[in-house]
Design a protein around this ligand. Structure first.
Ligand SMILES: C[S@@+](CC[C@H](N)C(=O)[O-])C[C@H]1O[C@@H](n2cnc3c(N)ncnc32)[C@H](O)[C@@H]1O
Length: 326
């Protein structure tokens, strides 16, 4: 996006806000860019590169950069967020891969701003608009509303756009929840806990569980999990954490529906790394309960990590793998 900015002849402003911030060598020329990034691995990369990061965007900037996430509602909500932090006369610049619907989102932004400039390269599009005081604020208001918390249908669980499984409970997670033994006890970890569905199932089904620790990369999902698990009279800890970095050990039980996507792309290694983290964090005699798409080959990793495993059931799409550290 920054290369695009250079080619478009955009001058480097005194300060800029970067929503969905990711480090890039070209940013060395940008003296005062402040990043906001809800995903822990990307936030950590931004921090490691030495840039300033905020937990919540604040203030107004002459330039707001946007690298949106995956979902339509999230992308449009981020455009509204960018608009909210743009100084009068400022410029909003977004970049997206074509496969993420860049052309469609460029049209959306053009419909709100009345004009747009665009560049295409490397199967991506960067587009930018200058606030000339004539933007259609009612369009941004509609997009702002798309970013608000809502309920997963037919449940009391709150979610926000962009996080995992916001329209319905994931069928794989529901399959696992329905097969969790009621006699689980001790300390439990939920890896890739999302907005808390599996943790809620553990707390509901297993009265002898004393503590549950949620580990999740998306801070927005973790914040929703805090709401979704409020009222349970057990110890609950929430960790904004990259599970691929490992976790402290000593767990009696680990539950998970491991992710297998990084951004848009399928990444089975991500799930495999989750398994290795889990194997290393279980006590001797500790148990792992996981659900996975049937075609994902996780069994060899369980074996190589020293776990004894069994296939505890399958349906048309998913398999349950239950394992123990002997
Ligand atoms: C398949 S979803 C399962 C979510 C939740 N457990 C459920 O059943 O609804 C996987 C979750 O892992 C999270 N995730 C992805 N990469 C992660 C990472 N490196 N560290 C921690 N969590 C991650 C995703 O944000 C997502 O919420």
């Amino acid at each position: 996006m920054l290369a695009f900015a250079g080619e478009a002849g955009l001058t480097v402003p005194g300060k800029a806000l970067f929503l969905g911030a990711q480090p890039h060598p070209a940013l060395a020329r940008w003296p005062d860019v402040i990043g906001w990034q809800p995903l822990k691995p990307l936030a950590a990369a931004w921090d490691r590169a030495g840039f300033v990061r905020v937990e919540q965007p604040a203030g107004r900037y002459p330039l707001v950069l946007v690298l949106p996430g995956k979902s339509r509602d999230e992308t449009l909500a981020w455009f509204a967020l960018a608009r909210d932090h743009l100084a009068p006369g400022g410029r909003l610049l977004a970049a997206m891969p074509n496969t993420a619907g860049a052309a469609r989102f460029e049209k959306e932004l053009a419909s709100a701003s009345g004009h747009i400039a665009s560049l295409q390269k490397h199967k991506c599009r960067a587009f930018h608009a200058l606030d000339d005081g004539k933007w259609r604020e009612e369009v941004f208001a509609g997009w702002r509303a798309l970013g608000e918390r809502r309920l997963v249908s037919n449940t009391t669980f709150v979610v926000e756009p962009g996080m995992f499984s916001v329209d319905h409970i994931d069928p794989g997670s529901a399959f696992l929840a329905g097969h969790l033994p009621a006699n689980l006890r001790g300390c439990v970890a939920d890896l890739g806990a999302g907005w808390g569905f599996l943790s809620a199932a553990v707390l509901r089904r297993c009265p002898k569980v004393e503590r549950i620790d949620l580990f999740e990369a998306d801070v927005r999902a973790l914040d929703c999990a805090r709401v979704n698990l409020a009222g349970h009279a057990r110890e609950i800890q929430f960790h904004w954490h990259d599970v691929c970095e490992g976790i402290a050990g000593g767990y009696d039980v680990i539950v998970m529906n491991p992710p297998f996507h990084s951004g848009q792309a399928t990444d089975v290694d991500l799930g495999r790394t989750f398994l290795k983290t889990a194997a290393a964090a279980l006590k001797r005699g500790g148990k792992l309960y996981l659900v996975a798409n049937r075609q994902l080959a996780y069994e060899a990793v369980l074996e190589a990590s020293g776990l004894v495993w069994r296939n505890a059931g399958e349906d048309r799409g998913y398999k349950l793998l239950f394992a123990e550290r002997r």
